[in-house]
Design a protein around this ligand. Structure first.
Ligand code: GLN
Length: 533
């Protein structure tokens, strides 16, 4: 029998308390102690995956190596643990129901009435245990999305109750809440926490550990009060203070002994003291950079930085390598015109054109790209950003004025970006893009080759359109070179400009693979050039 331990992380009082970061921080500490750990997110919405969600709804859609379109918290898990996740690490209610209904249609339930309990809860439990049994992790941390008390979270909480009943020695529950500070009275308030724990108790779940998000330090008196009223040990009341960077959270959780307390609850030895020196060094560099470099991120979801989470984090990882901070200027592409582009990009040392879908804001992206090309500002185009660089070059260098992607203009006479062949038959939207890791051959004697220093790379994709190879010769003759190509399908994966200090477009998403311990070479080199180092 597998001996995997399961830790559940629930949230109360309000959403956005940072369950994902607490989960990732705890996992990091346990990993540094020598445990084989993974983190899973259960999302209580009915979409089968977040791939069909507008970024305004749920932020960025993160993509794993195996091509799963997932919640952005999986990005945090990978960035902290430096270890890939997969489809099994993100389950939604939609997927649970889809599996249950598929089984019902197959006749697997042998005439039984199919119900939330036990069939939906059994499917939830199966999905949780799969990581332990099939993937053999020592510890699986399961983050339950949403807030305790939501109707849609109930089947998950019930599953947690059942798993605790089945494996009392091998499970622990951490509940994350908010302790608000009332400035009128100058006090931290514990009542919302008490109520939220009560709600968990009504559902049969007694938390072992409480993590209290707070603006001010918790006094011993507060800890004692919460411990007493919520039925937990005093040492299991953990303070989670607001910090400057999310990367500080593992350090704080270690100071609060969260890792030790969890291991004690699970009956596991503490093993080695986690060696946090490299992590501390990274945090130090993030907090006290020696240089600032001004980077524009041109996109259409700029009101919502979460839509570009992985790019923003990749810039932080890469910046730390050079002891610099990329000061990010999120620029709305819909507001960029020929008249204002110089003003909008004034003082900008590097331009990133973001991934995206659809027509809105595309012309502004093209104008920003032209500005970066003509003014020799370092430029990184990611996915749609690469496609924009191709369109801009076709229009303004090759003189193909009406060049476009067929995503934006089906009838363009110069479809320099076109739907991939195998996409032409596809009508359904969910999970049907070119997704996940594909190999890419890096062409020698290119800038990209000097950056990656290897012939074959693997990068993650999420797109339907691609460079149209019919135009390849024209582009190459005019100085836009192919620097990376998919060896099986001959798709252009990377382009770069000659006669420009740094102008690279990638059809894939390098940002998904950047972690604290392994910053992505493209971002590292881009920032170095942008900063003039
Ligand atoms: N919309 C483009 C495509 O589907 C680019 C997608 C993206 O930027 N992720 O090819």
């Amino acid at each position: 029998m597998s001996n995997t331990r399961y830790i559940f992380i629930t949230g109360g009082v309000t959403s956005s308390l940072g369950k994902g970061i607490i989960s990732a921080s705890l996992a990091k500490l346990l990993q540094l102690r020598g445990y084989h750990v993974t983190i899973q997110k259960l999302d209580p919405y009915l979409n089968v995956d977040p791939g069909t969600l507008n970024p305004y709804e749920h932020g960025e859609c993160y993509v794993t190596n195996d091509g799963a379109e997932t919640d952005l918290d999986l990005g945090h898990y990978e960035r902290f643990l430096n270890q890939p996740t997969s489809q099994a690490n993100n389950i939604t209610t939609g997927r649970i129901y889809q599996n249950v209904i598929t089984k019902e249609r197959r006749g697997d339930f042998l005439g039984k009435t199919v119900q939330v309990i036990p069939h939906v809860t059994d499917e939830i439990k199966r999905s949780i245990k799969l990581l332990g049994t099939k993937h053999k992790y020592d510890i699986v941390i399961t983050e339950i999305g949403g807030t305790v008390g939501d109707i849609e979270s109930l089947p998950y909480i019930e599953s947690v109750r059942q798993l605790r009943w089945e494996m009392p020695q091998r499970t622990a529950v951490i509940h994350l809440t908010l302790v608000p500070f009332l400035s009128a009275t100058g006090e931290l308030k514990t009542k919302p926490t008490q109520h939220s724990v009560k709600m968990l108790l009504e559902n049969g779940v007694q938390p072992d550990i409480l993590v209290l998000r707070t603006e001010k330090p918790l006094t011993n008196e507060i800890r004692r009060k919460v411990a007493l009223f919520c039925n937990v040990e005093m040492e299991a009341v953990i303070e989670s203070r607001d910090v400057k960077t999310i990367y500080e959270v593992p350090l704080l959780m270690h100071e609060e002994k969260l890792d030790e307390i969890v291991l004690k609850k699970l009956g596991l030895p503490t093993l080695d003291e986690p060696n946090l020196s490299k992590w501390r060094d990274f945090v130090e560099k993030v907090k006290n950079p020696k240089h600032i470099v001004n980077i524009a991120l041109v996109g259409k979801y700029v009101e919502l930085a979460d839509a570009y989470k992985s790019i923003i984090e990749a810039l932080i990882h890469a910046g730390a390598v050079h002891n610099l901070k990329a000061k990010l200027h999120l620029i709305h592409s819909e507001h960029i015109t020929y008249d204002n582009v110089a003003e909008k990009l004034n003082g900008i040392q590097g331009v990133i054109v973001a991934p995206g879908f659809g027509h809105r804001g595309i012309e502004g992206k093209i104008i920003a790209t032209q500005f970066a090309r003509e003014n020799k500002i370092p430029f990184l185009g990611i996915c749609l950003g690469m496609q924009v660089a191709v369109i801009e070059f076709a229009r303004n260098v090759l003189g193909l004025k009406e060049a476009h992607s067929t995503e934006m203009n089906r009838n363009t006479p110069y479809p320099v970006i076109d739907l991939m062949e195998h996409q032409k038959e596809i009508t359904e939207k969910g999970g049907t893009m070119r997704l996940g890791c594909y190999p890419c051959e890096v062409i020698k004697e290119t800038k990209v080759y000097t950056i990656y220093q290897c012939d074959l790379i693997d990068e993650r994709h999420r797109h339907r359109y691609e460079f149209n190879n019919q135009f390849l010769k024209q582009f190459e003759q005019a100085g836009m070179k192919v620097a990376g190509i998919n060896p099986d399908m001959h798709l252009v994966e990377i382009i770069e400009l000659q006669n420009h200090p740094w102008f690279i477009g990638v059809q894939f998403h390098p940002e998904y693979r950047s972690t604290v311990e392994s910053p992505h070479p493209l971002f590292v080199d881009f920032l170095k050039t942008a900063a003039g180092l």
